[in-house]
Each structure stands twice: as structure tokens, then as C-alpha cells.
Design a binder for this molecule. Structure first.
Ligand SMILES: NC(=O)c1ccc[n+]([C@@H]2O[C@H](COP(=O)([O-])OP(=O)(O)OC[C@H]3O[C@@H](n4cnc5c(N)ncnc54)[C@H](OP(=O)(O)O)[C@@H]3O)[C@@H](O)[C@H]2O)c1
Length: 251
């Protein structure tokens, strides 16, 4: 890599803190580990503190992202810490036979998923935009899924939230275009071997590989990063959207 480009990468990864939501396990824990190892300071957000070696480069803020008021308080705290990057990684995916549930269960389940998977990332992105937008090599990254393109039957709220997040990301990018050098990245992950996919799916990539792909995309200043098999799905979706949609319905 040329000297100037290398300097840009190391600058991006070392200065003001980067927020990682869902830092306690899975992809978020690996993102946190890899960022800290590269010399970057990280603010991790989740309900549970991650089990990582104590480091003066790491600070944990406990927050239930399903609680809208708690997210508002979190944003106020984060503004004070002057982050330069935000990785909206936390998400929940609840697989159920939704039609068999009571109306109360349906409403509570859908509300929690839409809040964590869609509204919290949007609130964090817009709430922190003024702080992040002028940071050198600032970025906002939303972690997405192929299920944003092709939904499955058992997780309607997750798929709806991820599809909406896709549009919200484009909208956010458009609102800052030409005004700042802010990178608004969206990364699409294939099946990753984490708690979210425990007991289902094959050909999963590791959380380490997923985190590494996310960070590589950010280093390259990509607006979209399609990881592993999502590249093929994206191509199929462009060629034959309705057939592709049917592919994952029973996944
Ligand atoms: N795994 C896959 O196959 C896959 C595929 C495509 C995309 N993705 C995306 O990749 C990202 C990471 O997924 P993952 O597989 O690493 O998931 P995971 O292992 O289930 O971890 C989810 C993370 O989100 C946090 N979280 C969940 N609910 C929360 C809440 N109410 N408040 C605060 N934090 C909360 C969890 O922390 P606490 O429990 O401590 O709160 C945990 O750190 C997600 O955006 C997911 O949609 C995953």
C-alpha cells in the first residue's frame, strides 16, 4: 500500500473513539477486539459488558437499545466523548411462528425488534451526526443482511427492519453528500457463526472473518461492502428479484 494511503488507514483507526453497538458478543465483540488491537479506542455498547482484557482503549456503556429513552440518554453521553465513527451492529432476530401468538406478544415482539434493529441505529446516526460529520475520516456504518433484499418467513420484523435500514442508510448518505467527507457505509453479512444463528444454517463464516471484512471495507472507504455469498445474492436479486426473494423464504 502506498505511504499516503497507509497513513490514512492508520489515522482512521487511531484517533477519536469508535462506537460499536452490540459489543458484548458475536461480530461486535470481534470488531471491538480487532479495533483495540489496531490501536483504536472503542466505546462498546450493549446490555452486558464484553469479556475482554482491560484496556485503556476500551470503555463500556451499558444500554438497552430496546428502550427508546435509554437510547436518548446514551446519545447525550456519547456526544461528550466526541466519537469519530459509529458501527451500528447490535440487532435481534426473533424466529417464531408469529401467527400463533397473542396480539400482545406480537406487538411487544415486533416493537422490540424494530426499535433495536432500525430505530436505535437511526437515532444514533442522526443524534451523533453533528459530532461525527466533520471528524477526519469520520464514518457511520450500518451492519445489514441479505435478508434486507430477500426476506424469510420466520423473522418478519427483522427482515422489515433490515430492509428499512437499507433505505435509511441511502437517505442518510444523500443528506450529507457534498457537505462533508463523512463515509456512510453499509455492510451486508452472510451467515455468521454467532448466537444469532445457533443451531441453524450451514457454510457460516466466523465472527472474526466478518469483523475483518467490515473493517477492511471501512479502511477502503467503501459505501457498500458485500461479504462472501451476499455478493452472489445481490447479483441474483438484480437479475431476478422475485425469484431471489423466494430463495430465502424458508431459510
Ligand atoms: N449472525 C449472522 O448470520 C448475521 C448475518 C447477517 C447480518 N448479521 C448482522 O450482524 C450484526 C451482529 O450480529 P451477531 O450475529 O453478532 O448477533 P449476536 O451474536 O446475537 O449479538 C448481538 C449483539 O447485539 C446486542 N444486543 C441485542 N439486543 C440488544 C439490546 N436490546 N440492547 C443493546 N444491545 C443489544 C447483544 O448484546 P447484549 O445481549 O449484551 O445486549 C450482542 O452484543 C447484526 O446487525 C446482525 O443483524 C448477522
Amino acid at each position: 500500500m502506498a505511504g499516503k494511503a497507509m497513513k490514512k488507514v492508520s489515522t482512521m483507526l487511531e484517533a477519536r473513539p469508535i462506537i460499536v453497538t452490540g459489543a458484548s458478543r458475536g461480530v461486535g465483540l470481534e470488531l471491538t477486539r480487532q479495533l483495540i488491537a489496531s490501536g483504536q479506542s472503542v466505546i462498546g455498547v450493549a446490555r452486558h459488558c464484553p469479556k475482554i482484557h482491560a484496556s485503556d482503549r476500551f470503555r463500556f456503556i451499558a444500554c438497552d437499545l430496546a428502550d427508546r429513552d435509554a437510547v436518548m440518554r446514551l446519545i447525550h453521553d456519547l456526544i461528550e466523548l466526541r466519537p469519530r465513527g459509529l458501527i451500528n451492529n447490535a440487532a435481534i432476530q426473533t424466529e417464531k411462528d408469529w401467527a400463533s401468538l397473542s396480539l400482545e406478544e406480537i406487538a411487544a415482539g415486533f416493537a422490540a425488534e424494530i426499535q433495536v434493529d432500525l430505530l436505535a441505529p437511526m437515532h444514533l446516526s442522526y443524534g451523533l451526526l453533528q459530532v461525527i460529520k466533520n471528524a477526519e475520516d469520520g464514518f457511520i456504518c450500518n451492519i445489514n443482511s441479505a435478508l434486507a433484499l430477500a426476506p424469510k418467513v420466520s423473522a418478519p420484523a427483522y427482515c422489515a427492519a433490515k430492509a428499512a435500514l437499507r433505505n435509511a442508510t441511502v437517505s442518510l448518505r444523500g443528506s450529507t453528500r457534498g457537505l462533508t467527507d463523512l463515509l456512510v457505509n453499509e455492510t451486508y453479512l452472510p451467515l455468521v457463526d454467532t448466537d444469532m444463528t445457533k443451531g441453524r444454517g450451514r457454510s457460516k463464516i466466523s465472527a472474526e472473518a466478518a469483523a475483518s471484512a467490515i473493517l477492511n471495507g471501512l479502511r477502503r472507504r467503501q459505501t457498500e461492502t458485500w461479504v462472501g455469498q451476499t455478493r452472489l445474492l445481490r447479483l441474483l436479486w438484480r437479475l431476478a428479484p422475485s425469484q431471489t426473494s423466494r430463495l430465502l423464504l424458508g431459510a
